[in-house]
Design a protein around this ligand. Structure first.
Ligand code: URP
Ligand code: ZN
Length: 465
């Protein structure tokens, strides 16, 4: 036995039980309270909670955005992930101008393979420049990348697709057994509000949020849900930020669309009040932060029967120097914030400890559901005999202030430094290796593996479960 975790209180989406965990060759080899040490490391988890390693299905490491590149590369970003209890990330392949999807996929694999500290999978971004290679979609799926992200916004960045093209992509992806992810915001509404505000001299960060109201999200969700139902494709709404958007997901489900949503830690714990701060531009991401009622609706959506099945981070940090480019014009602020390291701490502290969700819900939305939806079963997302030994030990009493110094993401500020968590991950194990202990990364650069994902398990049921 390579590792024995003693006295673990293991939590699944439906129960908790006391057991020792035996680990051999990167897998959970046995689960029994009677298991005795047999060589290898021993870790005593008495008084701690042990849950499956988190799966963050939404990261953007080293992504080119608005004239710069997101601050974390595949090494520093996955170190941050591991330090927050995440053992698998799924990043988005973005083809450079002139690059094919398969060429871009090779490029991402080459860069990520030598850097990742956790395991990783990939989604494919399908942009305007990819319209000529619609027939390559099954080939991308065959490479273990069965999910495609399209945008209803960001026309000027070449990301937006027209509805007719989105519909064509959806039909192709459905035929290949894949899933379509959508960044859903109404481009026409946003652009007209941006122009209106800039013309009136409204240039501060608060106008970023005013130009991206809940209606922009709700309208786009309703539209793409109709297209997805028509194409009979599984539809994953990324970074849901508003109650109005959630209502549209619920309506689409009740009409029989195969739709599910993700929200992000920032939409759960921050509101648009932060845009009034002097450093408000550090909080600029799209969609923008909303009101406290929206946060409450999103927490509710994570509870059993809710339409928000996963929490992904949309991890895409920029330094304060880069954020400052938009000091006099909110449209010049690089969009994106860090998040992969805070998913588990915030869900535990702000969610479980404050009674907004149960610990079982937390395990479901951070591990079981992303594993099921993104074709990572049976190796990822649970602590069961034969599964990868990916788990995180949480000290329910450890208090940690989320400052720039505590967090590992490569930026010079923290958007969460007003929060001190009650409970924090103290040990992360990835395929049997301890990669984080007491806040320090102790794994190796490049130890992570690419996890090809299955397409067939991605089709979501036609009716709400
Ligand atoms: O604001 C967001 N969501 N940033 C992520 C990267 C991008 O531009 O989509
Ligand atoms: Zn994103």
């Amino acid at each position: 036995m390579d590792l024995l975790v003693k006295n673990a209180k293991i939590v699944t989406p439906s129960e908790s039980f006391e057991s020792n965990i035996g680990v051999e060759n990167g897998k959970v080899s046995s689960l029994s309270p009677l298991l005795e040490p047999a060589g290898g490391k021993v870790y005593d988890a008495r008084g701690m909670i042990v849950i499956p390693g988190g799966i963050d299905a939404h990261t953007h490491m080293e992504l080119p955005v608005m004239g710069t590149v997101s601050a974390d590369d595949f090494y520093t970003g996955t170190v941050a992930a591991a330090c927050g209890g995440i053992t698998t990330i799924i990043d988005f392949v973005d083809s450079k101008p002139g690059q094919t999807m398969l060429g871009a996929l090779d490029d991402y694999r080459r860069r990520a393979d030598r850097k990742v500290a956790t395991d990783y999978g990939l989604h494919m971004m399908f942009k305007g420049q990819n319209l000529g290679e619609m027939d390559r979609i099954p080939d991308v799926v065959a490479q273990g990348v069965p999910s495609f992200k399209v945008y209803t916004a960001y026309k000027s960045r070449g990301l937006m697709l027209e509805d007719a093209d989105i519909s064509r992509v959806m039909k192709k992806v459905a035929g290949a057994g894949g899933l379509v992810a959508v960044h859903a915001e109404s481009e026409t509404l946003i652009q007209s509000l941006i122009q209106e505000n800039l013309s009136a001299g409204n240039t501060g960060a608060r106008y970023h949020a005013i130009s991206r109201p809940p209606a922009a999200e709700a309208e786009a969700i309703s539209r793409v849900a109709g297209l997805a139902k028509d194409a009979d494709v599984g539809l994953y709404i990324v970074h849901l930020s508003s109650k109005a958007g959630k209502d549209e997901v619920e309506k689409a489900r009740s009409r029989g669309a195969n739709i599910f949503a993700e929200t992000c830690p920032h939409y759960l714990v921050l509101t648009d009040q932060v845009y009034e701060r002097e450093d408000g531009r550090n909080f600029v991401m799209s969609p923008a932060l909303k009101k406290s009622g929206d946060c409450a609706a999103l927490w509710e959506g994570l509870r059993p029967g809710g339409v928000i099945e996963t929490v992904g981070s949309d991890h895409c940090p920029f330094t304060s120097r880069e954020k400052d480019w938009g000091e006099d014009d909110f449209t010049r602020i690089p969009n994106g914030v860090p998040g992969t390291e805070v998913i588990m701490p915030l869900l535990y502290s702000e969610g479980v400890r404050k009674g907004r969700i149960s610990i079982f819900d937390m395990v479901r939305v951070t591990a079981e559901a992303p594993s099921r939806r993104f074709g990572l079963r049976p190796s990822k997302g649970s602590i069961t005999v034969g599964s990868d030994a990916d788990f995180v030990v949480i000290d329910p009493n450890k208090r940690v202030r989320l400052t720039a110094d505590t967090l590992h993401t490569r930026i010079d500020y923290s958007i969460y430094d007003h929060i001190t968590t009650e409970g924090y991950p103290i040990l992360t194990v990835s395929r049997g290796e301890v990669v984080m202990e007491n806040g320090d990364f102790v794994g190796k650069k490049g130890r992570g593996r690419f996890i090809p994902r299955a397409g067939s398990s991605q089709r979501v049921p036609k009716r709400a479960e």
